[in-house]
Design a protein. Structure first.
Length: 490
């Protein structure tokens, strides 16, 4: 996956809007909200349509490399149909604390919730390499506030223990883990008890624009480089937390651990299957959230037992993740499109949503290392595999592979485009079906790109006529390497 070629232009469904000045928090004049906010998760301007935040943590801001930016594209009844309805956010934006500095990686992690309870979703943004005093890479976290006009102004969330190299914010999730109706933040950082020791801090809501928060509780992380994913597993009102990462001292082995949300905080539960990525949703329609884990292979690490990558589903029950109802699939499994090959990275990203509107959630799996085509043969062009939900759970019946040669998908396949590197399933256009936003920071010779495929009924679970694609320059970001699309939230 190291070969690069000169990219062809990504075909977008909309004209290129005038680029905003880099670093400015631009609020679209057309983003006026309804008289009262929608209270939809991911709706930053309260207009009834969910929005999509795209991180570019390596973006150059004010001449500072790897300072980082986040761009938010505002949803409409036509999905992400406009490049002009956007906000570009950095630490040089008006009202955002701090200043853009080399290597901050602002946007390395992002998460969405209504953190102050005003009905508008807010955006939590981590800059894990931010300097605190003389402590390099101590890490910082800010909340950019939602409003009728979109995202505007921000407040710092206090780092409970700013240490040199602790990288506060290397993992981030937002949800109501205690069930009190006030969303909380789970934040990962490296601890001071050893090079490979990590901590998870639960910072309880509500959060205020003056910087006040609820109680902070610290937990020793069970894995290295922890990734955090929130979701409801057992059907109660308390969100649960899935921690994915690497087994301590075993860099090649992915792992996952379940934490149950309780009124008093997080309670460590069962170890799950191997996994580096996670998503939660109800795949069989029984009212309990199921856990999908992606365990991609890495050509530099070669994890045993996952040549080409695998995904696992652990079904939810009233008591939490099932100990017996589990399913593991690879591209060699019957009915799954493709063939398992080293470097495919099947499971690099997973997302759950009801794409076809049948009231059961489906699973999208990123395969950014997928190679396909014979004339010409294109290496690591990337693909996404759709697997449908059913009354019996995840099924391979009707499974579909989507890539840049598929009907309606913008652009042309290119070597190392890595289509499917990041995924987000949310209903942006408000039609009751989940839409899939796909990102790759490596597309177009590392310029990066996103694709938005609205959900649709039928054998192909996305609209072949309304899909759109954008490159960073069309959204007010630099066309140079920025890690655009490294993280999605909405």
């Amino acid at each position: 996956m190291t070969t690069r070629t000169t990219p062809r232009r990504l075909a977008a469904a909309t004209a290129v809007a005038a680029a905003l000045t880099a670093g400015l928090l631009a609020v679209p004049a057309t983003a006026a909200a309804a008289p009262s906010p929608s209270r939809l998760s991911g709706d930053f301007n309260g207009d009834g349509y969910r929005d999509v935040a795209i991180a570019a943590p390596a973006a150059t801001v004010g001449g500072k490399k790897w300072a980082g930016q986040v761009v938010v594209t505002y949803g409409t009844g036509q999905g992400l149909a406009s490049t002009s309805k956007r906000s570009v956010i950095s630490q040089n934006s008006p009202g955002v604390p701090g200043a853009a500095e080399k290597g901050d990686e602002f946007g390395r992690q992002i998460a969405v919730a209504d953190l102050n309870g005003d009905g508008y979703s807010d955006l939590a943004v981590a800059a894990p390499k931010e300097k605190a005093g003389r402590k390099e890479a101590a890490g910082a976290l800010v909340i950019v506030w939602g409003s009728r006009a979109g995202l505007s102004g921000a407040t710092t969330v206090k780092n409970p223990q700013p240490l040199w190299g602790s990288s506060f914010g290397i993992g981030l999730a937002a949800a109501d883990f205690t069930g009190d109706g006030k969303p909380d933040l789970a934040v990962a950082a490296q601890s001071d008890t050893g090079r490979n020791a990590y901590r998870i801090r639960l910072i309880r809501g509500p959060f205020t624009k003056q910087g006040r928060t609820g109680k902070v509780t610290t937990y020793q992380a069970p894995l290295e480089r922890p990734g955090l994913t929130a979701g409801h597993i057992n059907g109660d009102k308390k969100a649960d937390l899935i921690v994915t990462g690497q087994q301590t001292g075993k860099d090649v082995l992915g792992a996952a651990v379940f934490y149950k949300g309780t009124a008093s905080g997080l309670a460590k539960g069962a170890k799950l299957r191997a996994g580096r990525t996670a998503a939660v949703g109800d795949l069989n329609g029984d009212g309990y959230g199921d856990i999908a884990l992606g365990n991609p292979d890495d050509p530099d690490e070669e994890p045993s037992g996952s040549k080409g990558g695998e995904i696992s589903v652990i079904y939810g029950t009233k008591s939490g993740p099932s100990k017996t109802r589990r399913k593991t699939l690879t591209q060699n499994s019957a009915g799954v499109p493709g063939t398992s090959e080293t470097g495919d990275n099947f499971g690099s990203a997973v997302a759950i949503g009801d794409f076809d509107g049948d009231r059961r959630a489906d699973l999208a799996v990123g395969v950014p290392g997928e190679t396909y085509g014979k004339d010409p043969y294109v290496d690591s062009a990337g693909a996404v595999v759709y697997l449908r939900g059913s009354a019996s759970g995840l099924t391979t019946a009707g499974a579909t592979a989507v890539h840049q040669d598929s009907a309606g998908v913008p652009g042309t396949r290119e070597t190392a485009n890595s289509f499917g590197e990041a995924l987000l399933a949310t209903d942006v256009n408000g039609d009751g079906r989940a839409d899939l936003t796909i990102a790759s920071s490596q597309a177009n010779a590392d310029e990066g790109a996103i694709w938005h495929l609205p959900g649709a009924r039928g054998a192909v679970p996305y609209s072949t006529t309304d899909s759109t694609g954008f490159r960073p320059g069309q959204l007010g970001l630099s066309k140079k390497y920025s890690w655009f699309g490294a993280m999605l939230a909405g």
